[in-house]
Write a protein that binds this ligand. Structure first.
Ligand SMILES: Cc1cc2nc3c(=O)[nH]c(=O)nc-3n(C[C@H](O)[C@H](O)[C@H](O)COP(=O)(O)OP(=O)(O)OC[C@H]3O[C@@H](n4cnc5c(N)ncnc54)[C@H](O)[C@@H]3O)c2cc1C
Length: 405
């Protein structure tokens, strides 16, 4: 890859070199384009130190979609666990291990591959606007010195995080902070991931849980997560994490070596997948996050594969809908039941895993469940609460969200 400025139009411009931008660039450049020549592609990422650059993070998943990046996986867990507020547990083995990729490995790893592929250019600029222009799309922004940058491409894919959420009947946020901790004596079970441990104080609205991913008997990522209407302050996350570590994990002593923090929208609003004839939105900005869980990395891989296939076949590379209509409906009902307090948050998820074979729940969360799976899952939920939420959905207006990602 070179950092030279772009004069003529390229085939494709990708704004944002995060999970979606790099995954798409990787797939588009894996083989020649429709005319048999390498794609000309420009990847635009803000300069190092820019406040709009996405902070480092970890991505976990259990499906097959991410196999392309298997060599970048840093940790895996074969056993998964859900723990109820009273300490009762559901433990199960996932068909495919739950795996983690760190952005600190993914970004240089994929950029390194792209650097060796012909036709790929990288531009450091903060993009202000991506819009249709004669013959394709125009991307405008500025470089680190404040000089204007203007690029032209036949197609543009924009992964800048959304500045506001789409109008929705229900908008919740999945907000969390994680500590990478090292403890003084063996405390963790490597190979066993705690997906949801509800032994956290439950908020007045929504729900909270801890998420524990051990790397060694003495090292783990411990996160405090809430599904609720608004994020907490930094010190409130730290207090919740300290409480969980001291009260539940009870290590002989611990140090925090790094942190990760984030907010993922959980909304039944529709993220527009296009912003013009030649401008498409990808990643979380294009609706990749599953409304009921916030998981997005696997969906981003499905999205990238579908866009690249369309482009390689000479069709319009429009991003596909990532979540089936019936899954979106089930998620909308669940979000409504949680937001109104009709479904007791923690109890709802505990029952989901207790009353169903966990593989069925994982298939549902992954978007690969069958109608039969979904019927069984539906019957295992608090039916009156879900039915009432379902029946009122058509009457609810989609309002502008006040919550911000
Ligand atoms: C802390 C955290 C942990 C998560 N963990 C998981 C997980 O375990 N599993 C899972 O499935 N999902 C997870 N997610 C959800 C989702 O997978 C991630 O948010 C993922 O990074 C989304 O990819 P993206 O490409 O849409 O956004 P990003 O990866 O954030 O990429 C957006 C890119 O746009 C760039 N950018 C921003 N503004 C501009 C601008 N003005 N001009 C140019 N470029 C710009 C950014 O620097 C960044 O490179 C997590 C999210 C967070 C925040």
């Amino acid at each position: 890859m070179d950092d030279a400025g772009i004069r003529g139009a390229v085939d494709i411009a990708i704004v944002g070199a995060g999970a979606a931008g790099l995954s798409l660039a990787h797939r588009l450049t894996a083989s020649p384009g429709p005319a048999g020549r390498p794609v000309s592609l420009v990847l635009v990422e803000p300069p190092t130190g820019s406040p709009v650059r996405s902070p480092a993070r970890t991505w976990c998943f259990w499906g097959d979609e991410c196999d392309e990046f298997e060599s970048l996986v840093t940790a895996r867990w074969d056993r998964l666990r859900i723990t109820a507020g009273d300490g009762r547990r559901v433990c199960f083995t996932s068909r495919r291990a739950y795996r983690m990729i760190r952005s600190a490995d993914f970004l240089p790893g994929v950029e390194g591959v792209l650097a060796r592929r012909p036709g790929v250019m990288r531009v450091e600029a903060t993009v202000d606007q991506v819009r249709d222009a004669p013959g394709g799309a125009e991307i405008t922004g500025h470089d680190a010195a404040g000089r204007p940058v203007r690029l032209h491409a036949r197609w543009a894919f924009d992964s800048r995080p959304p500045s506001e959420l789409p109008p929705a009947r229900t908008t919740l946020l999945q907000h969390f902070k994680g500590w990478f901790v090292t403890v003084r004596a063996d405390r963790f079970e490597p190979g066993v991931a705690d997906l949801m441990d509800f032994r956290t104080p439950q908020p007045a609205q929504g729900l909270s849980f801890a998420y524990v991913l051990p790397f060694t008997p003495r090292e783990a990522l411990v996160e405090y997560t809430e599904f609720s209407a608004a994020p907490l302050t930094g010190s409130a996350y730290d207090a919740a994490l300290e409480d969980y570590v001291q009260r539940v994990l009870r290590p002989a002593g611990h140090v925090v070596t790094a942190v990760e923090q984030g907010i993922i929208p959980m909304t039944d609003g529709r993220f527009p997948r296009s912003a013009g004839e030649s401008v498409f939105r990808i990643g979380v900005a294009g609706g990749a996050a599953r409304p009921s869980t916030g998981y997005a990395f696997a969906a981003i891989q499905r999205q990238s594969a579908a866009i690249a296939a369309s482009w390689h076949e000479g069709r319009t590379p429009r991003p596909p809908a990532l979540h089936a209509a019936r899954h979106r409906l089930m998620d909308a009902v669940m979000l409504r039941a949680l937001a109104t307090g009709r479904a007791g948050g923690a109890a709802f998820f505990e029952a989901l895993f207790r009353r169903n074979p966990p593989e069925r729940v994982l298939r549902f969360l992954d978007g690969t469940s069958t109608l039969r799976d979904e019927w069984a899952i539906g019957l295992g939920t608090p039916v009156p609460a879900m039915l009432r939420s379902l029946l009122e959905l058509p009457l609810l207006p989609r309002r502008k969200a006040t919550a911000c990602p």
